[in-house]
Design a protein around this ligand. Structure first.
Ligand code: TMO
Length: 311
């Protein structure tokens, strides 16, 4: 027994698994769920809270080990780069597709005929004008997405960007505008709580292509990049620091096994953002309602093939 303990890599026994808890609700609830599942396997965890913009630095330097919601629309580029460099592992996809882009409540279509086609925005930018926008339309961005100002320039639409500080601020904007039936163009994503409460649509920009980000010659505008929308039917992945593969426990296998579906993710956001449940309470509620799935994921920790793999 003694000998076995000595032979196991020191760091793999002693280091807690550091879970990144970022700045939107479903990700925060998922992180709490994973903390519970790891605790049930006697694996120590530590929760590292930060903004999404800090995640790549934290993962690269091993200050964080797991990020459970990597969204293709806003994070694919850094994620792929980090996987290529070997800093992180692609720990698999959730069973959902995703979208992140400019969104408006359905009643806006009466005021701006032609939507969801983005070209409608040429004619009706002014309905999105606000007090200090000098007659130009305002697009409300969050702290996550890609260069919206570059997209506005490349497509030649008459908009300015206003940045909300965080997800709560965006949620408040959506609620206020919808309740007053005022025009709104805002960053939104799916799955999220919004689609369960309000009807609305994403603006259909020119279809995404990786070249749109890199090659000015690609697309409508020969001079600029970003003349496209974000990907539709995009993936949602889990990222794990490479060191998880060196651990003598089931931490990595468990992260690989965990998979949430659209309705799980929308429900988590609804509980926290609209029903004001704490993240921990939401995590426990999800676990209670989905005990069988959680047990299934955890069964990886007792499976023979995993034990053999670790030997
Ligand atoms: C990363 N997010 C889901 C907020 O777009």
């Amino acid at each position: 027994m003694f000998l076995i303990l000595l032979l196991l890599p020191f760091s793999a026994i002693c280091q807690p698994v550091k879970l990144l808890k970022l700045d939107w609700s479903s990700q925060r609830v998922q992180t709490e769920i994973l903390a519970q599942l790891l605790a049930r396997q006697d694996i120590k965890t530590e929760v590292i809270e930060d903004a999404a913009s800090a995640q790549w630095f934290l993962l690269r330097t091993g200050r964080a080990h797991v990020q459970l919601e990597v969204w293709e629309g806003t994070m694919a580029k850094e994620f792929s780069h980090m996987v290529e460099k070997g800093f992180i592992l692609d720990a698999g996809n959730h069973e959902t597709s995703t979208r992140e882009d400019w969104w408006y409540p359905a009643y806006v279509e009466d005021l701006c005929p032609g939507l969801p086609d983005w070209q409608a925005l040429y004619k009706c930018a002014s309905i999105f004008a606000e007090q200090d926008s000098g007659g130009r339309g305002v697009y409300h961005a969050g702290p996550w997405e890609k260069p919206d100002r570059a997209r506005i320039r490349a497509l030649g639409i008459d908009f300015v960007v206003s940045e909300a500080a965080d997800g709560n601020a965006l949620n408040d904007l959506i609620i206020e505008h919808v309740e007053a039936r005022r025009p709104l163009l805002v960053f939104n994503w799916s799955p999220n709580w919004v689609e369960a409460r309000y009807s609305g649509r994403f603006v259909e920009f020119p279809t995404y292509h990786p070249k749109c980000e890199q090659d000015p010659g690609w697309g409508l505008n020969p001079k600029y990049t970003w003349d496209c929308g974000n990907p539709k039917n995009a993936w949602l992945k889990k990222a794990a620091h490479f060191s998880l593969s060196l651990r003598a426990d089931c931490a990595l296998a468990l992260v690989q096994a965990v998979s949430f579906r659209s309705n799980d993710i929308a429900q988590m956001a609804m509980w926290v953002d609209r029903e004001h449940m704490t993240e921990t309470a939401a995590a426990l509620r999800w676990l209670e309602a989905n005990a069988e799935r959680a047990d299934n994921w955890q069964s990886i920790c007792t499976s023979k093939s995993l034990k053999d793999g670790l030997r």
